[in-house]
Design a protein around this ligand. Structure first.
Ligand code: PEP
Length: 252
């Protein structure tokens, strides 16, 4: 089975209602026919509107950037996985490093969110990645192994088969510093081998693992060409339609 190649955009907290519609429309108009999956990770206010726009194109889907793990209740300001699903969005980015560092999300809460997403037919895009400190002390492989152990490996094999992973070194997010193609490949191969050990070789072989961290039109193709890199999770460059399209076109 060949695994799905994906380019996902993470708009973070950008674009008001009009600007979000314009960006989605612009991206969809400029998209050339291709077999890859394109996911637009928008703020909650855009999920419904962008899902309606994306309906026109079979390989474009919409993602939330977070959801709560409870189904409903007194959780002011939170949004459940079922609520995300009801907008038409079918993906949710979970465990992004900004959620972990700025909003105190732990591997344990990420795991609960992944379970909630799966229980509500959403595909989680689960983010893992080490800090600069871990990279410089050469503990990055162990650190990511622990993140996977605590945020993912409690899933059944069937559940794991429904997940997309994103490797996002924290030192590369929004910094302009990209992991080299070799650094990305090393970590992606490491992740795949850990998934193979935790589950089985087939689950590992079919898992899409995206690279995220300062991907730009100029560096996308080289990173995407690595054998264990199945596409990208794109922050800043996903806010400019031409840049995002150029990155999508870098995926073979
Ligand atoms: C991200 O937000 O997931 C990300 C990778 O950001 P950037 O591309 O801006 O580094």
């Amino acid at each position: 089975m060949t695994r799905k190649k994906i380019v996902a955009g993470n708009w973070k907290m950008h674009k008001d209602y009009e600007a979000g519609r314009d960006l989605a429309q612009d991206i969809i108009e400029k998209l050339q026919p291709n077999d890859h999956l394109i996911v637009l990770g928008t703020p909650f206010i855009h999920l419904k509107g962008v899902s309606m726009i994306a309906k026109e194109v079979s390989n474009v889907a919409v993602a939330a950037q977070n959801c709560h793990y409870e189904t409903q209740g007194a959780f002011t300001g939170e949004i459940s996985a079922a609520m995300v699903y009801s907008t038409g969005a079918r993906y949710v980015i979970l465990g992004h490093s900004e959620r972990r560092t700025l909003f105190g999300e732990s591997d344990a809460t990420v795991f609960l969110k992944v379970k909630a997403a799966l229980a509500n037919q959403l595909t989680p895009i689960v983010c893992v990645g080490e800090s600069l400190e871990h990279r410089e002390s050469n503990s990055h492989l162990d650190f990511v192994a622990q993140q996977l152990q605590d945020s993912l490996f409690g899933l059944t094999a069937a559940e794991c088969n429904a997940v997309v992973l994103a490797y996002e070194p924290v030192w590369a997010i929004g910094t302009g510093k990209t992991a080299s193609p070799d650094q990305a490949q090393e970590m992606h191969a490491h992740i795949r081998s850990l998934v193979s050990k935790a589950y089985d070789p087939e689950t590992a072989a079919q898992l899409s693992i995206l690279y995220g961290g300062s991907v730009k039109p100029a560096n996308a193709a080289e990173i995407f060409a690595q054998p264990d890199v199945d596409g990208g999770l794109i922050g800043g460059a996903s806010l400019v339609a031409d840049d995002f399209i150029a990155i999508v076109n870098g995926l073979q």
